[in-house]
Design a protein around this ligand. Structure first.
Ligand SMILES: [Zn+2]
Ligand SMILES: [Zn+2]
Length: 397
């Protein structure tokens, strides 16, 4: 960030931590490691706090751009990594729009070639079209479509955690990250001591890795876990499918037609025998449909986060340096109706005059803004702050 916008953002963050930062105390706070990215441009790690007051007073005096804490508990949180004495860790999941295919095709994203400086829009290419360089910096956007898809993935994940693993909604905490996704955190004795390998098994389960779905050979309908998900998924898919949907997953036209014509038979009888009776519908087609359905049922998570038993994650209630929005807790039962662009707004008052170089249309609260291109304008503080944090605007003198 340039010096001038940086000062403005720091002042706003400072005001927030002085006046509006409230959060529930992280459990076993004294056993966790804290880390901070400071506006001065470096990261401070291996910090620890005895209580919430000590943490709050640190936030007020240091005013970090980003604040994190460990999912792990340690005997000595301030020691070097190998001296800390790992005692266990919460189970965490990160659902970020960067890892999810979206209908907006990320047109709002901008990438800059690290070698030649060429700027492009949309999904980052493997190689720069100008110089073949492979290093890019990417500016993403907290877009409504992206966040809705992240929410849908989070809902699938929560379904598995509660129905298949048996966690209660009291053990599960869900947060909007303040940027482009959701965090799910489980604090429970049952998972505390799981090592990275055990956590990888959980990752494989929720992403559906290695699940081999086949239509049933018998009439038995008492299904659990992934068998049930696959069964429900295929009914839903076949029920809604049109010829085009089937062709999109690589099924030939005549076979797709046969499936559509025999929908009622297939929906009534999800057995291999029933499928085999339909002309042209072979093993390959069944496999394609199953793979598609399993992909739809799996939860798209950032797998690395869950298996890292020392991971630092954003501290609830603190501001995200890329948006000025706060990491916000939401009740599991209210996730469907949760509106991140309303609940995560940290500044409700005032306006700021800014010059915007380039910004897509966006919404905060009930108000829609933009798109903007090279213009001076006065915006509500939260909207101005978002654009400045994203490097798309500067404060006017
Ligand atoms: Zn280039
Ligand atoms: Zn998007």
């Amino acid at each position: 960030m340039n010096q001038k916008p940086c000062n403005f953002v720091r002042n706003m963050f400072s005001e927030y931590y002085r006046e509006n930062y409230f959060s529930e105390t992280p459990s076993k706070i004294e056993k966790r490691e804290f880390g901070f990215v400071l506006f001065e441009g470096f990261m401070l790690r291996h910090k620890s706090f005895d209580d919430f007051e000590a943490l709050r007073s640190f936030l007020r005096s240091s005013v970090p751009m980003d604040a994190y804490y460990s999912c792990a508990y340690y005997e000595n949180p301030t020691a070097e990594m190998d001296q800390k004495g790992w005692l266990g860790a919460d189970l965490i999941f990160d659902v970020d729009a960067d890892h999810i295919p979206t209908s907006c095709d990320k047109v709002h994203d901008e990438w800059i070639c690290g070698d030649c400086g060429f700027v492009g829009k949309g999904i980052t290419p493997e190689k720069c079209p100008v110089c073949n360089g492979e290093r890019f910096s990417v500016i993403t956007w907290p877009c409504e479509i992206c966040l809705e898809s992240a929410k849908a993935e989070t809902i699938k994940l929560l379904g598995m955690l509660m129905d298949d693993f048996g966690f209660s909604d009291k053990e599960i905490k869900v947060f909007f990250s303040g940027h482009r996704g959701y965090h799910v955190q489980i604090e429970s004795e049952a998972i505390l001591s799981l090592d990275a390998t055990a956590r990888k098994e959980i990752v494989d389960y929720v992403t559906g890795l290695g699940f081999n779905a086949e239509p049933h050979q018998t009439t038995q309908r008492i299904l659990h876990g992934w068998s049930k998900r696959a069964y429900m998924g295929i009914l839903e898919f076949i029920c809604k499918a049109e010829e085009d949907d089937l062709r999109k997953i690589g099924i030939r036209s005549n076979v797709a037609k046969a499936i559509i014509q025999n929908k009622s038979v297939l929906l009534k009888d999800w057995q291999l025998e029933a499928w085999r009776k339909i002309k042209g519908l072979g093993q390959e087609t069944i496999k394609r449909i199953m793979e598609h359905v399993c992909n739809m049922q799996s939860a798209k998570i950032d797998t690395v986060v869950t298996t890292d038993i020392h991971r630092l994650i954003r501290l609830p209630g603190t501001l995200h340096g890329k948006t000025g929005l706060k990491k916000t807790w939401l009740p599991v039962s209210n996730i469907e109706s949760f509106d991140p662009f309303n609940k995560a707004v940290a500044f409700e008052k005032g306006t700021v005059s800014i010059f915007i170089s380039d910004a897509p249309e966006f919404r905060l609260g009930d108000e829609t803004f933009g798109p903007y291109k090279n213009q001076k304008i006065t915006l509500p503080t939260a909207a101005a702050l978002l654009l400045i944090c994203k490097g798309k605007a500067e404060v006017m003198e």
